[in-house]
Design a protein around this ligand. Structure first.
Ligand code: NAP
Length: 288
């Protein structure tokens, strides 16, 4: 028996397996394309010929595949009693609903289930920058905590509700989508005006303490539904954002991002929220 089977040896799965092996854990690996196991075999992993053989050889199963559909394809092909008494740790990205469905599927086969989300590049796995959040039964988490911490010292159990890791991961991804697009739009403006984009990066970086305060403030304001004491308003920020469309037009760069943002702020003003603070924009996004 090995301690852990790692199913999926893409960029991330290989990094997870390597971190465990170099910490002297006994690891069995399986990948659809067998060649990807070679480097790990040289480090000391055992290579299984099939997912079933990998699962049979280990009490804990770490899954890191492209998506939950691939996970289902791989696990469905195994005998129904193979997961009896084993723990599946799903580190593949997906939706909260997929996490709930897989938890039920594993439970029906007598296994335990943890669902996680990785915030790190493969090269960071095992190092101080790596962060993983894990949801699922606390006793199951505790039994695997030491091994999971080898993958990411910054490991957080976010509760018994299995969907929470994927909720947090996808909420953060929504934030980063705006961050990446917003930065790139600003960078295109700077470049079109002949300015150094690296200098723009430094300027935004110097504002990061203010972002931290604003993030905490927005979380509290939205949670408490309190928007009535604004330092800036939906209306005034909306006017500034609408000006970005004019600037993008002047510079002949893509107007999609400022046009989208401008529409959202206009909708909020039209809906009567113009005098409330900037994060009241959530009122035209949320479902409650
Ligand atoms: P990747 O390099 O593209 O690897 C994908 C893996 O899934 C490979 O092992 C591939 O097998 C396997 N696979 C896909 N379809 C399959 C199927 N139908 N049956 C069996 N195996 C199948 O992706 P990755 O970067 O390792 O990402 C894996 C997961 O980690 C994703 O959910 C991703 O969102 C998450 N993640 C990645 C990063 C990152 O920076 N890379 C960061 C955070 C989270 P083959 O080798 O045979 O193709």
């Amino acid at each position: 028996m090995s301690e852990v089977a790692v199913i999926g040896l893409g960029r991330m799965g290989s990094a997870l397996a390597k971190a465990l092996i170099t910490s002297r854990r006994s690891v069995t690996v399986w990948n659809r394309t067998p060649g990807k196991a070679e480097a790990l075999e040289h480090l000391g992993a055992s290579r299984a010929e099939t997912p079933s053989a990998a699962i049979a050889a280990s009490s804990t199963l770490i899954v890191c595949l492209s998506d939950y559909a691939a996970t289902s394809m791989v696990l469905d092909a195994c005998a129904t009693d193979l997961l009896q008494g084993k723990t599946v740790v799903q580190l593949t990205s997906g939706t909260p609903k997929q996490a709930r469905q897989l938890e039920e599927w594993v439970a029906n086969r007598g296994g335990s289930y943890l669902d996680g989300a990785i915030s790190a590049w493969p090269s960071q796995i095992g190092g101080p920058e790596a962060s993983i959040v894990i949801a699922g039964r606390e006793s199951v988490f505790t039994s695997l905590e030491a091994s999971l911490r080898l993958l990411a010292p910054n490991l957080t159990h976010v509760g018994n509700d299995i969907s929470r890791a994927k909720v947090l991961f996808n909420a953060a991804l929504a934030y980063f989508a705006g961050h990446w697009i917003g930065f790139s739009h600003g960078a295109a403006m700077c470049a079109a005006e002949g300015m150094d984009v690296a200098e723009f990066g430094e300027t935004i970086a110097s504002l990061s303490p203010m972002f931290a305060d604003d993030l905490r403030h927005m979380g509290r304001a939205i949670e408490g539904n309190r928007f009535a004491d604004p330092q800036s308003t939906i209306r005034s920020v909306g006017v500034d954002i609408t000006r970005l469309v004019e600037i993008a037009d002047d510079l002949n760069i893509n107007t999609a991002f400022p046009a989208f943002a401008s529409d959202l702020f206009r909708n909020a003003t039209d809906a009567g929220y113009g005098a409330e603070e900037h994060c009241a924009i959530v009122k035209v996004i949320r479902a409650w």
